[in-house]
Design a protein around this ligand. Structure first.
Ligand SMILES: C[C@@]1(CC(=O)O)C2=NC(=C\c3[nH]c(c(CCC(=O)O)c3CC(=O)O)Cc3[nH]c(c(CC(=O)O)c3CCC(=O)O)/C=C3\N/C(=C\2)[C@@H](CCC(=O)O)[C@]3(C)CC(=O)O)/[C@H]1CCC(=O)O
Ligand SMILES: NC(=O)c1ccc[n+]([C@@H]2O[C@H](COP(=O)([O-])OP(=O)(O)OC[C@H]3O[C@@H](n4cnc5c(N)ncnc54)[C@H](O)[C@@H]3O)[C@@H](O)[C@H]2O)c1
Length: 156
């Protein structure tokens, strides 16, 4: 499979009461957690070491290395360690359990990816590039945000 052959469908997934797990507490883990916090105040983060920003998030922090049992009851898993081999192993263990996972260093392994988001109340504008060009997604999102904020696009 080549990256160019990937197909991602944009959907809004119901996370009410569901267990969201994020493994890895570094820069990328913190970034993903900050975005998550705009949608939920419940998630569990597992890592031996955490970015200091996690102190300002309401999530449950579990300071330890990942082990397979951590996946129990998980609905969505964000895999965000810097260890490619470990990320791959976690993804495989998610797949064996039918759990949807996003792997931060390998779009081909991702069951889902995160779009660039502009959120204003209940309105969410999400831009994705089919995992091909994250800078393009960020650029378009920033432009949409400007247009909403200067009143060119009315969302209310
Ligand atoms: C939009 C956003 C959403 C979010 O994460 O919330 C998002 N990445 C963001 C930021 C960002 N990502 C990267 C940098 C550093 C760039 C640099 O250094 O130059 C920055 C900028 C920064 O951090 O400021 C690098 C990067 N990203 C991926 C890889 C792996 C790879 O592509 O192989 C690498 C290379 C790592 C390496 O090589 O080391 C992969 C993915 N990143 C995606 C989404 C998915 C595709 C979405 C789409 O379809 O477009 C996908 C496929 C999977 C996923 O992560 O879901 C978020 C913007 C948040 C915002 O601004 O609100
Ligand atoms: N998807 C994206 O948007 C994106 C953006 C930039 C970088 N990346 C990729 O993300 C990866 C991570 O980058 P980073 O800057 O967050 O790295 P980092 O070193 O800052 O963080 C890694 C985290 O993983 C944790 N960790 C290590 N071993 C673990 C284990 N056994 N169990 C649980 N947690 C463990 C560490 O304690 C740390 O908290 C890199 O491969 C990078 O290329 C992805």
């Amino acid at each position: 499979m080549n990256r160019e052959d990937l197909l991602f469908l944009p959907i809004s997934i119901n996370i009410t009461g569901k267990k969201i797990l994020l493994i890895g507490g570094g820069n990328v883990g913190y970034h993903k957690a900050s975005i998550l916090y705009r949608f939920t105040d419940k998630a569990t983060i597992i890592a031996p070491e955490f970015h200091e920003g996690f102190n300002n998030l309401p999530f449950t922090l579990v300071q330890k290395r990942y082990s397979t049992e951590d996946l129990e009851g998980a609905f969505l898993v964000y895999i965000c360690t810097e260890n490619k081999e470990l990320n791959h192993t976690i993804k495989k263990e998610c797949e064996e359990r039918g759990i949807l996972a996003s792997v931060c260093d390998d779009p081909i392994e991702c069951d889902f990816t995160s779009p660039a988001i502009y959120k204003n109340g209940n309105v969410t504008i999400a831009i994705a590039s089919n995992a091909q060009n994250v800078h393009q997604s960020i650029g378009i999102r920033n432009r949409v945000q400007e247009l909403v904020e200067d009143g060119s696009i009315k969302i209310r």
